[in-house]
Design a protein around this ligand. Structure first.
Ligand SMILES: [Zn+2]
Length: 192
C-alpha cells in the first residue's frame, strides 16, 4: 500500500509482520481482479510483448480488459490500460469512467496516467512499481497532482512479487535470446 492509502489497521499489521506489508488492506475481490490482470499479462508474454495486463471494474464486474500489444500492432499507444479503458468506455457508452477501478500489474506510465485522469477513473490498483517511468507516484505523480482537475485514489503492492517476477523473468529471457542471436550471427560470419 502507498503511504496515503494505508489504513491504521494495515499499518499495525505491517509492523507485526513485515512480509505481509504489501498484501494488507486489499479485499478478496481486489485479489481476484488482479489475478485476472496477471492472466492477461501472460497473454502479452505469449506474444513476446512486455507482460502487462489490466482490467477495469465497475459495480463488481469487469467491463474492460487489455494487455500490451504495442509491438504486434505497431502501436506505441497499445498499452494494457489504454485498451482496457477504450473497451470500458464502449461498454458504458460513456467517455467518463466514473466510479470505475483499474487493476494493472505494473504502475502506469505517464501516457496511461494522463488517460486515467481524462477518463475520471476513481481508483487505480497496481501490482509492482515502475522505477523508470512510473507515473503513479514512483517517478511522477500524475494520478494525484494538485495541478490536474481530477485525483485518482492509488493503492499499490497487490501481488507485487508475482507481478515483478513475471516482468524480470521476461526481460531476462529476452536478454538471453538477444545474446544467443548475436552469438549465432557472429558464428555465421566467421564461417563464411
Ligand atoms: Zn502506459
Amino acid at each position: 500500500m502507498t503511504e496515503h492509502s494505508c489504513t491504521p489497521q494495515a499499518e499495525q499489521e505491517a509492523h507485526s509482520d513485515e512480509t505481509s506489508l504489501n498484501e494488507t488492506g486489499f479485499s478478496e475481490l481486489d485479489h481476484q481482479f488482479m489475478a485476472r490482470a496477471m492472466e492477461l499479462a501472460r497473454i502479452a508474454e505469449s506474444h513476446n510483448e512486455i507482460p502487462v495486463g489490466a482490467v477495469i471494474v465497475y459495480d463488481g464486474q469487469i467491463i474492460g480488459e487489455g494487455y500490451n500489444q504495442s509491438i504486434m500492432n505497431n502501436d506505441p499507444s497499445a498499452h494494457a490500460e489504454m485498451i482496457a479503458i477504450r473497451q470500458a468506455g464502449q461498454h458504458l457508452n460513456n467517455y467518463r469512467l466514473i466510479d470505475c477501478t483499474l487493476y494493472v500489474t505494473l504502475e502506469p506510465c505517464p501516457m496511461c496516467a494522463g488517460l486515467l485522469v481524462h477518463s475520471r477513473v476513481k481508483r487505480v490498483v497496481y501490482g509492482t512499481a515502475d522505477e523508470k517511468t512510473g507515473a503513479g507516484g514512483t517517478v511522477f505523480n500524475l494520478l494525484q497532482s494538485p495541478k490536474l482537475n481530477h485525483l485518482v485514489d492509488v493503492d499499490s503492492g497487490l501481488k507485487q512479487s508475482e507481478c515483478s517476477d513475471m516482468l524480470s523473468s521476461f526481460f531476462k529471457r529476452r536478454r538471453a535470446e538477444i545474446k544467443a542471436l548475436k552469438k549465432a550471427k557472429k558464428a555465421k560470419q566467421q564461417d563464411s
